[in-house]
Design a protein around this ligand. Structure first.
Ligand code: 13P
Length: 249
């Protein structure tokens, strides 16, 4: 049984006040115990979020990490530092990191390995651009991004991964993949995982991300291979994020 995961990626947004607001709202919220909800705030807010979410069911994640354990890497944060603040999930390969900060598959793999080594869970983000979709290269692009990491992990490590399919053309555009389009790619990812290990493939959680909101969440989450969501814009409004969490059925 795959426990649904709803993850709110705040990107470079939010404030201490928003952290408090989420803490208060989720302390009162009636959420199913058979799902997980996490917020990925910018790292300066992790300490405040750890305190504010302490008495709620909200977990914590981080948006990026440096692959090195420590050292002269000005501005960077290590996986063990994230772990000290109760972080459980860390994004790797988000399309904004790939395109704005030139993080290629090798950089994504190094981060995933550092996260696993620290006992945290990497959320590997994959997705095609609009050009790649139009050229019929959606599956190849997405599966290549998955394989670039999974080929280099051992069987044990693969079990501790989460994958998020985020079509680049759907991120922040208001243009969501239809449930059928998303399900098709999710099914292809799961079929690809079967080549590594059937049981791992049936247990690994696949999230959808890209303009997921309260209006379309239930329909997307009802697809057989969609096990949760990675939410950007709609995770900045507490009522919307809560509604998405409650639409897990
Ligand atoms: P939006 O939900 O704003 O489209 O962002 C999706 C995303 O990139 C989450 O990581």
């Amino acid at each position: 049984m795959r426990v649904p995961l709803i993850a709110g990626n705040w990107k470079m947004n939010g404030s201490l006040a928003l952290v408090e607001q989420f803490g208060q709202a989720f302390a009162k919220a009636d959420l199913s115990s058979s799902m997980e909800a996490v917020i990925l705030p910018p790292s300066p807010y992790l300490a405040a979020a750890q305190t504010a979410f302490g008495k709620t069911s909200l977990g914590l994640g981080a948006q990026t990490v440096n692959p090195e354990p420590s050292g002269a890497y000005t501005g960077e944060v290590s996986a063990s530092m994230l772990s000290e603040f109760g972080v459980r999930y860390v994004l790797v390969g988000h399309s904004e990191r790939r395109s704005l900060y030139q993080e290629d598959d090798k950089a994504v793999l190094a981060r995933a390995q550092a996260i696993l080594k620290t006992g945290l869970i990497p959320v590997l983000c994959v997705g095609e651009t609009l050009d790649e979709r139009d050229e019929g290269r959606t599956e190849t692009t997405v599966l290549n991004q998955v394989k670039a990491v999974f080929d280099m992990l051992d069987a044990q490590q693969r079990q501790h991964m989460v994958i998020a399919y985020e079509p680049v053309w759907a991120i922040g555009t208001g243009r969501t993949a239809t449930p059928e389009q998303a399900q098709e790619v999710h099914a292809a990812i799961r079929a690809c995982l079967v080549d590594y290990d059937k049981q791992m493939a049936s247990r690994l959680r696949l999230l959808y991300g890209g303009s997921m909101k309260r209006e379309n969440a239930a329909e997307l989450l009802a697809q057989p291979d969609i096990d949760g969501g990675l939410i950007g814009g709609a995770s900045l409004k507490v009522d919307d994020f809560l509604a998405i969490c409650q639409s897990v059925g």
